[in-house]
Write a protein that binds this ligand. Structure first.
Ligand code: NAD
Length: 258
């Protein structure tokens, strides 16, 4: 097992990608603190329709320990409490996975300012808050790791006036974090998912889901565990000399010029 006795926080861990990340980290021996607004997994219109077991119960089923902490990652007080509860329960922190994210349809004319602020708050500002709270404890770890989940939308327009710039910001915030923390042996890397089968896709039409499959060179859409396995790699000793990178995990989505 690659992550025996390590402690991880996974934000947005109740559903979708965060759930997949939590399970893959746990399979490698990590104890996982699942942070989310709600404990119940969100059923999707196209994906995860039948997922009902809360993530911590799923971790227990595979013989791992977990803790659910209800917290809004854009709320500084809640984030500080999340880190405190992690320390109280498991005595340390080795891996921070910033996964929670939200999306809303809209362009520069139709996106309310409040929605723009909320998307930035959850998808970008929150990473500053969690990182700030976690760093003193990651410094005490033998293998401190920060793994941030952005998107292929970090590199192209078309994701909307808030989501795409927030994700681009995640890539560069991660680089800055990597530079700041390298001397402490802490790495910071970004994973940029392509289309992953989760409830966040509910806003799409069936035709758009089919189009996403057509645009993905490998012949299937992504699964939460695909992102989870990349997280295991970045969290493990195998990646101890890799920092500041942004890894697409996208079935080849970014490879062609469409
Ligand atoms: P999802 O909607 O299926 O799950 C997101 C989880 O985050 C939910 O459990 C939700 O309750 C939680 N969450 C939302 N706001 C929160 C907050 N303020 N505080 C704490 N938890 C919060 O989404 P997903 O597809 O699993 O997405 C996870 C991450 O991956 C997001 O950052 C998303 O932008 C990114 N991403 C997803 C895809 C994809 O195709 N699914 C592609 C690229 C990037």
């Amino acid at each position: 097992m690659k992550l025996e006795s390590r402690v991880a926080i996974v934000t947005g861990g109740s559903s979708g990608i965060g759930r997949g990340i939590s399970i893959e980290l746990a399979r490698e021996g990590a104890r996982v603190v699942v942070c989310d607004l709600v404990e119940r997994p969100k059923p999707g219109k196209y994906h995860d329709q039948d997922v009902t077991t809360p993530t911590v119960a799923a971790l227990n089923e595979i013989g791992s320990e977990g803790l659910f902490v209800q917290a809004d990652v854009s709320d500084e007080t809640a984030v500080n409490r999340l880190v405190d509860q992690t320390l109280e329960t498991f005595g340390g922190l080795d891996i921070l996975v910033n996964n929670a994210g939200i999306f809303a349809l809209g362009d520069s004319q139709t996106t309310p300012v409040e929605t723009w602020d909320r998307i930035m708050g959850v998808n970008l500002r929150a990473l500053f808050l969690t990182t700030r709270a976690a760093v003193p404890h990651l410094k005490a770890s033998r293998a401190g790791r920060i793994i941030n989940i952005a998107s292929v939308h970090a590199f192209h327009g078309g994701g909307g006036p808030a989501y795409a710039p927030a994700k681009a910001g995640v890539v560069n915030l991660t680089r800055d974090t990597a530079v700041e923390l390298a001397s402490h042996g802490i790495t910071a890397n970004t994973i940029c998912p392509g289309y992953i089968e989760t409830p966040i896709q509910d806003y799409l039409t069936e035709d758009q889901v089919a189009e996403a499959l057509e645009k993905t060179p490998l012949p299937r859409l992504g699964l939460p565990k695909d992102i989870g396995r990349a997280c295991v790699f970045f969290a493990s000793d195998d990646a101890e000399w890799i920092t500041g990178t942004a890894l697409p995990v996208d079935g080849g989505w970014l490879a062609p010029i469409w």
